[in-house]
Design a protein around this ligand. Structure first.
Ligand code: NCD
Length: 301
């Protein structure tokens, strides 16, 4: 069956109406709206480890009645030297309608979308350090479902911002949604190079970043993306950059704690905070399935 070639490449490839449609639809599905039935086949093509993102896409596809094929790198012809383009063309030739791709290199989804017009829909499930649009969208939907007014939202994103594709896509999205304040904080070497873009504030300390915010989003230190010399000692990192219960008192009353997962307790977040009543980390996971359902519905028009 031909598809209309909607791809989810990153936040910048979505126009405002697509963006709002995805957020609204995910919230509606989370609120009990009936899903579409999609007679389609999706292949999950994951060239990097993943727990929640892969399972979330798989569950979302199952709830829409789609057929799902999971292709793990270790068992694919990529180990025999096949290029990503050839793997995608091969899977497409077998009648797969949609490919959910996770890859370690920046820009692969965008390149594939340009070179393979008329092929399967592509969904970026996280690539390199630049893009993880479904995570950014599910994070925003998690807040929207809680009735948050983005125009009055103060948000702090803390940790390894430089290597985080969640932060990269998130920054685009939060700015598009017009949040009131967007603060970034992390150790030297984990912050982006150069001056902050307009509308973004860099903070030198965690305490400064969380003061009077509504949402604190913690990031994992992306060990696999930095050379060992850049890897901090966990205890020292936790002392300076780990979110602890006392920090929540600096934020606005009722502040919420987010984390895209996987979390490292005792490194970027204290266990009491991750499991505490301010944490909405598992809400993010729950919304992830609804957002991915909304994404499948959207890519197929
Ligand atoms: C993130 C990822 O893989 O980019 N996790 C996720 O998809 N939920 C963040 C991370 O790995 O730290």
């Amino acid at each position: 069956m031909p598809n209309n070639n909607n791809h989810l490449i990153d936040i910048d490839t979505l126009d405002d109406s697509d963006l709002n449609r995805l957020l609204d639809r995910a919230c509606a599905l989370a609120g009990g709206a009936g899903p579409l039935a999609l007679d389609r086949t999706v292949a999950n093509l994951f060239f990097e480890p993943s727990t929640r993102t892969r399972i979330s896409f798989e569950l979302a596809a199952c709830r829409l009645g789609m057929r799902v094929i999971n292709i793990e790198l270790a068992h694919s012809s990529a180990t025999k030297g096949e290029s990503l383009e050839d793997t995608v063309a091969t899977v497409a030739a077998m009648g797969v309608d949609c490919i959910v791709l996770r890859h370690s290199e920046n820009g692969r989804c965008r390149e594939l979308a340009h070179t393979r017009s008329g092929g399967p829909c592509l969904i970026n499930a996280g690539e390199g350090i630049e893009a993880h649009p479904s995570q950014a969208l599910l994070d925003a939907a998690t807040l929207k479902a809680r009735g948050i007014d983005f125009g009055r939202l103060r948000l702090a994103i803390i940790g390894d911002v430089r290597h985080s594709r969640v932060a990269a896509s998130g920054l685009q999205l939060w700015q598009r949604l017009g949040v009131e304040q967007l603060r970034l904080a992390g150790p030297d070497g984990m912050m982006p190079d150069g001056e902050p873009a307009s509308g973004i504030q860099y903070c030198r300390r965690l305490e400064e970043a969380v003061r009077d915010v509504d949402v604190i989003m913690m990031l994992r230190v992306q060990r696999e993306r930095m050379d060992q010399s850049g890897w901090p000692e966990p205890g020292a990192y936790f002392d300076q950059w780990g979110l602890k219960p006392e920090h929540l008192d600096l934020a606005r009353p009722g502040c919420m704690v987010m984390h895209p997962g996987p979390i490292n307790r005792g490194m970027e977040i204290a266990a009491e905070v991750a499991d505490g009543d301010r944490s909405i980390i598992l809400d993010q996971v729950r919304m992830g399935v609804f957002m991915r359902m909304a994404i499948f519905e959207w890519v197929f028009g």
